[in-house]
Write a protein that binds this ligand. Structure first.
Ligand code: ZN
Length: 131
């Protein structure tokens, strides 16, 4: 089963918790045991799994990535969003998660984040659920 999740980001850089959206797609699929792949079809966004209990964790990731890869810098790419391309590559375009008993098998403190690095934009998350 393949589904697209549409999201609209609101800031230049932000992490959006998409765990419940993804879990909803698992429930709708009826798959009880399997795998889900979450894929981001963009070059200036990505997906990661990290703590979603304390929102300051995502804030710290964004602010510290900015220290290493600042939005303004000596880049060659003329579009002016090189930092976003680099962050997208570092974090990565996809994650795979186990489905067990019809639910995402995530650690207690883990959530799935859509990572925007060149927003605000309309974005897609591609999801493939296999049993
Ligand atoms: Zn670009």
């Amino acid at each position: 089963m393949f589904v697209t999740i549409n999201i609209s980001t609101k800031s230049p850089e932000e992490f959006i918790d998409i765990t419940s959206l993804v879990e909803g797609k698992v429930r709708a699929s009826g798959v009880k045991e399997g795998l889900i792949t979450v894929f981001i079809p963009h070059t200036t966004a990505s997906v990661t799994i990290n703590e979603n209990a304390d929102p300051s964790v995502a804030k710290d990731i964004i602010s510290n990535l900015d220290k290493v890869i600042p939005p303004r810098g000596n880049y060659s790419h003329m579009e002016g969003n090189s930092h976003a391309h680099i962050k997208s590559s570092l974090i990565g375009s996809s994650r795979q998660i186990i489905i067990q008993n019809g639910r995402l098998k995530l650690g207690t403190w883990q959530g799935i984040y859509f990572c925007e690095f060149d927003g605000p934009r309309k974005r897609e998350v591609w999801v493939k659920i296999s049993d």
